[in-house]
Design a protein. Structure first.
Length: 250
């Protein structure tokens, strides 16, 4: 596993850290190579959603060595590692909303998104199979910079941690979480450790869920390969892709 000294590209403004990191991975970048930007003009999330990228947030994509197994567990594992690391100083508990969001929550209040993760997999002449993880963390972002419909659903670390960490402190935590997650998922023992962590931080167990606007039942478990198990009556189904919404009141 490479340390934080691996190649780092930094931009004041870039179209997409993910697209640039994918270029580097295809060209043979070493594990830990990362692209960081103050702002993105064409950031993207899962399912081609636009990734809002105002100044004051961390926008980072990192190249990771990947096992031959499907990468469905990687975004959940990375989210769980972030929830563990950032949650140590947070005034609110942190959880992972399947498959790729880190949420802050409090009893009786709606959950709010703190971080989002996007994982792409590519062939690499150096690593064989590489995963590129794009991570966005709301650190000290002015809420007025987000579209009005997003503001009630987003929280920054500056609201949860006092004093607020610097962008570089958050970057170090994110890089370490990404490298550790990818490394552990490449071994049987490490994979077991990450599964336990993911299940401990999984948001929504016992709550009703909708996928792509369709009700699918209650969330009951996380599969060993990262699929989400939901149950309606006696029927249990594994959800492997889609836009998940979870009820706020249990």
């Amino acid at each position: 596993m490479q340390e934080l000294g691996a190649t780092r590209e930094w931009y004041e403004v870039v179209a997409s850290t993910q697209d640039r990191a994918l270029e580097l991975a295809r060209a043979g970048a070493e594990e830990g190579t990362r692209v960081v930007a103050r702002r993105q003009t064409a950031g993207r999330g899962r399912l081609d959603h636009r990734w809002e990228s105002p100044g004051g947030g961390l926008h980072l994509s990192i190249v990771l060595a990947s096992s031959d197994r499907p990468t469905g567990l990687l975004p959940v594992a990375l989210g769980a590692m972030l929830a563990e690391a950032l949650g140590r100083r947070s005034r609110s508990p942190l959880a992972v909303k399947w498959p790729n969001d880190v949420l802050a929550w409090a009893p009786g209040a709606p959950s709010r998104k703190l971080a989002g993760i996007l994982v792409d997999r590519v062939s690499s002449p150096r690593l064989g199979s590489a995963a590129v993880a794009g991570i966005g963390v709301n650190v000290s972002v002015d809420p007025s910079l987000y579209p009005p419909e997003l503001r009630p659903r987003i929280v920054g670390l500056s609201e949860l941690v006092h004093p607020a960490p610097s962008l570089y402190e958050v970057e170090r935590a994110v890089v370490q979480a990404a490298l550790t997650s990818a490394s552990r998922l490449r071994t049987a023992d490490g994979r077991g450790q990450m599964l336990a962590l993911c299940r401990r931080h999984l948001w929504g167990i016992g709550r009703r869920a909708w996928v792509d606007g369709r009700p699918v039942g209650r969330i009951v478990a996380l599969d060993d390969d990262g699929a989400l198990w939901v149950q309606e009556g006696a029927e249990r189904v594994a959800i492997r892709a889609g836009d998940l919404r979870v009820e706020e009141a249990s």
